[in-house]
Design a protein around this ligand. Structure first.
Ligand code: DAH
Length: 341
């Protein structure tokens, strides 16, 4: 039995001193000293020994137990020290290493153009509004006099939610007119920029998501002359004095009369080129005198008040402002392109 115990002592001390992780060390402790451990198993045999042998063996067993415990403590300390060392090394900060270059971003040309547009309107006493992109069809269509059956409500043009045609991604910023009329005191002068969504294929002039800036003025004695004068001034401010513009008659359900405004093409100076599709002009906005029905639907007396409104395509204006030839460049966000502005 003594030989057995000495053999155990030797292999156990060896294994313990060579344990390479706290987990394996713990497993060894259980293996040798645990309730069902090897040393305990030997001690359980003590009953079979003679009265002289028993105390000798008992003493040896205690000695071995103490030795193993000491080896365990020693190994644990060694492992902890090594772990600490490894962590310190890993977390060491070399304060002499030069910092990484942080690339500074660049304001997108479209938002630069938007800032300029907002400044121009704020300078004329307009308030800037923000509104939801997920919109009620009643705001996007009904209250703007585009009744059920109007072609712009078609499922092939509009992003409705599932099968519910009451909720949609707004197809224009014009619902902000209704939101302003319903919540703001008169007179009203607002601009409302934001994203709009239509089921368009991507090409040089179209994208399923684009930006508009809506504008609206409601006051007493407001006329079409105010509309033309104000928008002309905006284009001079934005594109420079002497910018040539024109208004063409058009139709929108929410204005009467309605028009579209063009600015002369920056690329060809009006001669016609690919950028203006040979027209010599670039359409920048739709506008008109707010339809009396639209005013009345939002509770405004159309006998007392009149107004005008417009919706401009922000990408188009930014392209004209910074002489960009392809709409896709605006959305690609290639830093080499953005950095030019
Ligand atoms: N919402 C129109 C569009 O998306 C643009 C527009 C036209 C807005 C006339 C207006 C307006 O406010 O009066 O094409």
């Amino acid at each position: 039995m003594k030989a057995l115990m000495n053999q155990l002592r030797e292999s156990a001390v060896n294994a313990i001193l060579n344990a390479d992780s706290p987990e394996s060390l713990d497993a060894l402790r259980v293996k040798y000293l645990g309730k069902k451990g090897e040393l305990t198993a030997i001690l359980k045999q003590m009953g079979k020994l003679s009265a002289q042998e028993r105390p000798v063996m008992g003493q040896l067993a205690n000695q071995i137990r103490a030795e193993l415990e000491q080896a365990i403590d020693q190994t644990r300390e060694k492992l902890e020290a090594a772990a600490l060392e490894a962590r310190l090394e890993l977390e060491a900060v070399d304060v002499t290493v030069p910092g990484e270059d942080i690339r500074i971003g660049h304001k997108h040309p479209m938002y630069k153009a938007l800032d300029e547009i907002k400044d121009i309107f704020v300078g004329m006493g307009f308030t800037v509004l923000d509104g939801p992109e997920v919109e009620l069809a009643s705001y996007n269509f009904d209250k703007l006099n585009a009744e059920e059956g109007h072609p712009s409500r078609d499922w092939s043009d509009t992003f409705y939610f599932d099968t519910d045609s009451r909720v949609m991604l707004r197809s224009q910023t014009s619902p902000m007119q209704v939101r302003a009329m319903e919540t703001m005191p008169l007179p009203i002068r607002i601009v409302a920029p934001g994203r709009v969504y239509r089921k368009d294929e991507v090409d040089a002039t179209h994208s399923p998501m684009f930006h508009q800036v809506e504008g609206m003025v409601i006051d007493k004695n407001v006329t079409m002359a105010d509309l033309k004068g104000t928008l002309n001034l905006v284009m001079q401010e934005l594109f420079g004095e002497g910018t040539v513009t024109r208004f063409r008659p058009h139709h929108f359900p929410f204005t009467e009369p309605s028009c579209e405004m063009d600015v002369q093409c920056h690329k060809c100076g009006g001669k016609g080129c690919p950028t203006c599709k040979g027209e010599g002009w670039i359409e920048v906005l739709g506008a008109g005198m707010i339809h009396p029905k639209v005013l009345e639907m939002s509770g405004i007396d159309s006998e007392e008040y009149t107004g005008w409104a417009f919706g401009m395509g922000l990408e188009r204006l930014a392209m004209r402002r910074f002489k960009i030839s392809d709409l896709r460049l605006i959305f690609e966000n290639d830093v080499r392109f953005l950095e030019q502005f």
